[in-house]
Design a protein around this ligand. Sequence first.
Ligand SMILES: [Fe+2]
Length: 355
Amino acid sequence: MACLVVDDEPRLRRVLVRLLEGEGFQCQEAGSGVEALQVLEQHAVPLVISDLRMPEMDGVALLREIVSRWPDIAVVVVTAVAEVESAVACLQMGALDYVAKPFHLDEVRARVTQALDKRRLILENHNYQQHLEDRVAVQAHRIEEVFLEGVQALVQALEEKDAYTRGHSARVARYATGIARQLLLDAEAVDTIALGSELHDIGKIGVRESVLYKPGKLTDDEYRHIMEHTVIGARILGPLMRDAPGALAIVRSHHERMDGTGFPDRLAGETIPFLARIVSVADSFDAMTSARPYRPGFVVQHAVRELQDGKGVQFDTVVVDAFLAAFADVTALPLPTPRLHPVRLPAHALEARRA
Ligand SMILES: [Fe+2]
């Protein structure tokens, strides 16, 4: 094993080198801290034995450099008896042991062996921790995947029941992430939007089917019941998504309106979570361009006009503009069903059916 002996007194250095070579070490030598650093930059050395008092760069400064640049090196400092305080300071800084001058060779031998043992234990512990952290990270990732697979299966099951909403969540995710990118939101926000969009209507599993798929006009009570899917969704996902409050906010607030008349909390303007405002536009656009039992899907131009008209009332103006910029080529949109003739519905009926 290689080691480095640092001392400005050549005689003492030789004594240490001879001793360590007798123990099977291959020794490098340095007369100062600066020289020692030059050696360490060139060679991988697991053990350094260093005097404290040296010209140019003393042992304390050398130790500080070693601890910050090569934390795996074991350092044993050599001190005069009068320097015990500095020796203790060195231990606090990361030296593994110290030897007081004048020293017995047996003592040096014992300290060096002990320091190397300590180093080995520290490295083993470090590797073990690293290994554990890696395993925990893999498991956490897997748990997240399983969770996503589970909720995606739920969304799919929900959409399978209703031909009119098939693929809705995936299209909303596509529109909403397109808006987010247009607004230059960071990758984390885009991921949050994707997750929130996939799950935004999950609460509909708690809505009575007779109401959810009712072909005719909804009563006020029925409309309110459908809108409860925002609260139900947030309640179902709440315990599972403590780490994803942004996505949860999308589930709860995607039917809020800028004018404060939305569901479920009647939030207005800036108080509506921004990501939910984005999903609201994406959701509305897809709902409008999807066919319903009681009407065909709107043509794109008509849906765009509805978004324009809803700026500042139902929708965030910035978000609508970003949507129109992101999907400027409306003919390239992944529309759900063949578009039929535009149908003008009264605004309140549109809102009710959008749920
Ligand atoms: Fe919804």
